[in-house]
Design a protein around this ligand. Sequence first.
Ligand SMILES: NC(=O)C1=CN([C@@H]2O[C@H](COP(=O)(O)OP(=O)(O)OC[C@H]3O[C@@H](n4cnc5c(N)ncnc54)[C@H](OP(=O)(O)O)[C@@H]3O)[C@@H](O)[C@H]2O)C=CC1
Ligand SMILES: CC1=C(/C=C/C(C)=C/C=C/C(C)=C/C=O)C(C)(C)CCC1
Length: 317
Amino acid sequence: MASGGQKVVLITGCSSGIGLRIAVLLAKDEKRRYHVIATMRDLKKKDKLVEAAGDAFGKTLTLEALDVCSDESVRQCINRVKDRHIDILINNAGVGLLGPVESISIDQMKRVFETNFFGTVRMIKEVMPDMKKRRSGHIVVMSSVMGMQGVVFNDVYTASKFAIEGFCESMAVQLLKFNVKLSLIEPGPVHTEFESKMMDDVAKMDFPGTDPDTVRYFKDVYMPSSIDIFEAMGQMPEDIAKCTKKVIESTSPRFRNLTNSLYTPIVAMKYADETGGLSVHTFYNLLFNFGSLMHITMSILKCLTCSCLRRRTISPD
Ligand SMILES: NC(=O)C1=CN([C@@H]2O[C@H](COP(=O)(O)OP(=O)(O)OC[C@H]3O[C@@H](n4cnc5c(N)ncnc54)[C@H](OP(=O)(O)O)[C@@H]3O)[C@@H](O)[C@H]2O)C=CC1
Ligand SMILES: CC1=C(/C=C/C(C)=C/C=C/C(C)=C/C=O)C(C)(C)CCC1
């Protein structure tokens, strides 16, 4: 368990991707400032984390079972923590969902909200009261650029991240009164199993109840552009881990933390025109009029991201 002066950090969804990388980076901190409680819903998936943690496993990193969709699992896990004392809670567990809304059942949509929205809220409800009592703590939420800007054919995933953004934006004000910090991390595309799971799901889709034009726009227009975007803009989970470490080590952490400066112009558009017209029409043109020129579009985006805009993001280095 945590030795004197170490901060206790509990992270959800550490079986792969961003959660795994944050857990390992913090557990291997040179100054041994953290005791990481890395959690995952299925401990049979622990091998990748255990291997990546190396010597830190069993020392600065311990493993616990936690399913963010289960009240009982969350309560049991937090009750096992000494004095229920968690200094930093990192809500990372999440699932994606891609495709035309007509092809997706309400049950599939609910599963996404159960994990991304209610899973995060369940964690915060369990951990926050102790933080408020102690007048200290930091809650970090792995949101997404899709929590700030909608992206076509990601309607439900985007909605789940918007929901958590609204929740956190409201909570942050109250928490400030109790000296508890709340930060959102806003990654763009990241190369993790999230990407491969979505590709696998799309390959299996048979688009029930969806008209042929919509299927064509999804498969032949959106998917190739999305693959281009992942290639051009994709970050590695290690980058997001470094950004997250910077945020928790900052003396006055920002509320929103973009990790990818290439996204700054896209987010800026939203705030430049509050009617939403600029964003909707720019996205329409990027996808349907310049989709085939996505490589060039990406270069323009890179160009637009001048140094003054870069300052608005948190760089991994
Ligand atoms: N990759 C990307 O492009 C981006 C990802 N994000 C966000 O980052 C976070 C991490 O995703 P990423 O690392 O990319 O994807 P991964 O699929 O690699 O990791 C997701 C993690 O969440 C876990 N998880 C899913 N459901 C539950 C649950 N009910 N209880 C506990 N854990 C659960 C998964 O566990 P299991 O192995 O058991 O399924 C896995 O460990 C997510 O919130 C995602 O929305 C944000 C922006 C971009
Ligand atoms: C920017 C952009 C596009 C795609 C963005 C994508 C694919 C973002 C993925 C973000 C992820 C995976 C976030 C996870 O939380 C389009 C619609 C192709 C064209 C218009 C510009």
